[in-house]
Design a protein around this ligand. Structure first.
Ligand SMILES: NC(=O)c1ccc[n+]([C@@H]2O[C@H](COP(=O)([O-])OP(=O)(O)OC[C@H]3O[C@@H](n4cnc5c(N)ncnc54)[C@H](OP(=O)(O)O)[C@@H]3O)[C@@H](O)[C@H]2O)c1
Length: 355
């Protein structure tokens, strides 16, 4: 029996994870946590808000599924990695903001990061058993979001409800807005860099509206392996929780004979500057990804509250990155300070962009 601690149990990933756990006799939910909505009775140990590492200490999990949204997921990521416990990671923001600290913690703890993000789960599976030198590059697919055909000018007036209508995935509000700005794909490029150790110039992004191909690994001999399936998060959640087993899920096989057409195109980086901003922050290293992430969290919240236009999101992120120093953080305290500083600056810039 594998003991699972589920953090972010009330969210989109969390509720789908509950379905996966309840359907699998080999998985036992030992703890569940949320940020503000109640979770009592969901698991033997539960907690809402506060320091979740105490809950994790008591729960003694074999695997922690971190499905918290945002930088708030960082302490749980580091706690899990330090102890060599398997980390099923949906909370990409913790790896983006603290990639170097997380990898050092994994090195000390000796555990594994099992990606839950569908593209990274796909890449992880395509890379299984591959000799690192044989890998040429990684391709992450992006649905393109609800505004795929719009130009920068048209994006100025889009509303939160339009941005929340994602064409292929049903997700929490923050990642849905990130998908609409393409910041989500930018965060995923940084996440892939830390997960798979590939340099940024070997991580490519293509727009693929139907989200059937989740990722593709190109090898040095010219072959490419793609991971293909319905866009359904229960598949990567199940894979991460039951790894290295591959358990059954209720997701049907793809019906190829019904005329499946796979379409790919280059992202429009002029209309969606967040992708290039994230790539540049990743390449700059240090605490640039942490600052990018913090500014984005602030800007997305302001957009959802109707306090910032959609096109203000990349503006706030870019100006925050210019205003805040991004040298490497010596440890967690310094990183947390940098995150807080970036949030203060991004908050002030948000008010400036509007007025
Ligand atoms: N949804 C997807 O399909 C998908 C796909 C790939 C990756 N991801 C990643 O998975 C993560 C979760 O996404 P989501 O779509 O599931 O988000 P969501 O629906 O908004 O759920 C977020 C969860 O985090 C909890 N939470 C927020 N702040 C917290 C805090 N300070 N302490 C403890 N729990 C806290 C929330 O609790 P309350 O409900 O109490 O606020 C909720 O359970 C994100 O990092 C996202 O990028 C999601």
């Amino acid at each position: 029996m594998k003991r699972v601690a589920l953090l972010g149990a009330t969210g989109s990933i969390g509720t789908q994870a509950l379905e996966v756990i309840h359907a699998h006799p080999g998985l036992e939910l030992c703890a569940a946590a949320s940020g503000s909505r109640p979770v009592e009775g969901l698991a033997p140990l539960t907690q809402t808000g506060g320091d979740l590492t105490e809950l994790l200490e008591r729960a003694e999990p074999d695997v922690v599924l971190n499905a918290i949204v945002g930088f708030a997921g960082l302490p749980a990521t580091l706690w899990t990695l330090e102890r060599g416990i398997d980390l099923a990671l949906a909370n990409k923001e913790s790896l983006v903001a603290a990639g170097d600290l997380a990898l050092a913690a994994r090195e000390r703890g000796g555990g594994r990061i099992l990606p839950v993000d569908s593209e990274h789960s796909a890449a992880f599976q395509c890379l299984d058993g591959a000799e690192p030198g044989s890998v040429h590059s990684l391709v992450l697919t992006a649905s393109g979001g609800p505004f795929r055909h719009r130009d920068l000018h048209e994006l100025e007036s889009v509303t939160p409800s339009e941005a929340l209508a994602h064409p292929t995935w049903r997700m929490g509000p923050k990642i849905t807005i990130d998908s609409a700005t393409l910041m989500n794909k930018g965060l995923e490029v940084i996440e892939a860099h830390f997960l798979f150790g590939l340099p940024y110039d070997r991580i490519e992004v293509v727009v693929h509206p139907s989200s059937v191909v989740h990722a593709l690994v190109r090898f040095r001999d010219g072959a490419a392996l793609a991971h293909v399936g319905h866009p359904d998060m229960r598949v990567p959640i199940s894979y991460a929780l039951t790894y290295p087993e591959r358990a059954a899920t209720p997701v049907p096989p793809l019906d190829l004979a019904s005329g499946l057409i796979l379409e790919f195109s280059a992202p429009d980086e002029g209309a969606f500057p967040c992708l290039a901003l994230a790539r540049a922050a990743g390449e700059a290293g240090g605490t640039a990804p942490c600052v990018l992430n913090a500014a984005n969290e602030v800007a997305v919240e302001a957009f959802l509250a109707g306090e910032l236009p959609f096109t203000g999101i990349p503006e706030v992120v870019e100006r925050t990155l210019s205003a805040v120093g991004t040298p490497p953080a010596a440890g967690l305290d310094e990183l947390v300070e940098r995150d807080a500083e970036a949030r203060r600056v991004a908050g002030a810039l948000t008010r400036e962009v509007v007025h």
